[in-house]
Design a protein around this ligand. Sequence first.
Ligand SMILES: [Zn+2]
Length: 283
Amino acid sequence: MNTEAYLIITIISAIIFIGTAIFLICYLIYLRKTIYSDFVLQHSISLKKLNELNQHYIFYPKKNFDQSYTYDNENFFNSISCKDYLIYQLKYIKHNLFEQINKINYNNLLYSEYSEALQSILHFGHFDAPVHKLKSIKLLEIEHKLIEKNIYSPCTHFYLRVTLYCSNIHGQVYLRKSDIFSASEIVFLNNKLKDMNGDFYNDREIWDALCRVERGKVSNKMRFLIYKRDGYKCRKCGVSDKYAPLEIDHIIPISKGGKSTYDNLQTLCHKCNVEKGTTIHKY
Ligand SMILES: [Zn+2]
């Protein structure tokens, strides 16, 4: 056998030896950790008390009520704020938002009671069996980790995020804005929504926000479909888009509670639209 072959065999042997050594060291570390973890799991007084305490506390899980909407019209995206959008959602789509706010408030109260109870039961390093040769620092470290893992951390503060996007005609988002609202802000806005005098809101800001969002429901795509449906002509005077700029009109105006739905939209030229004003008229 030549020296080159010897060299290769030596290198391979060295690699196998080092590999085995690394494997053994890892295995020993794992074994040691398991022994320590098992001891803590079986004999930590704090951990046992924590598990007992946990059985008495049931927190509500966090539910996501975040809202988002994509505008294909930059003007609407710019004129409608996240708050406007939230007000609209509060009026028309309530979900179980207020039920969730109550649940999170309940979590908050319960959690302060739980935290207080934790203070009185957690005394690290107390075991109901002799420690023998186990290192107490290592035991404490593992006990800390296990207790941390087992302490409940429920959702105690409600907030809702509203995100608005603006997309181009290909559907690619190129603008984005986002805002976070707390439970108290949501309750405040909802109370303003309830503050009505007949059909009128006592808070002008609320009404304006609702109108802005309703108007913004006429997407560019919808606009195109209405023009197409109406033959690219004013439904009143019949002028075509070649001779006069066409506009989308709400048959029942938004200011009178009209919605941005296909049935409530019609094509008018600018002149006829101005003449119609806020009257209710289907041509
Ligand atoms: Zn016209």
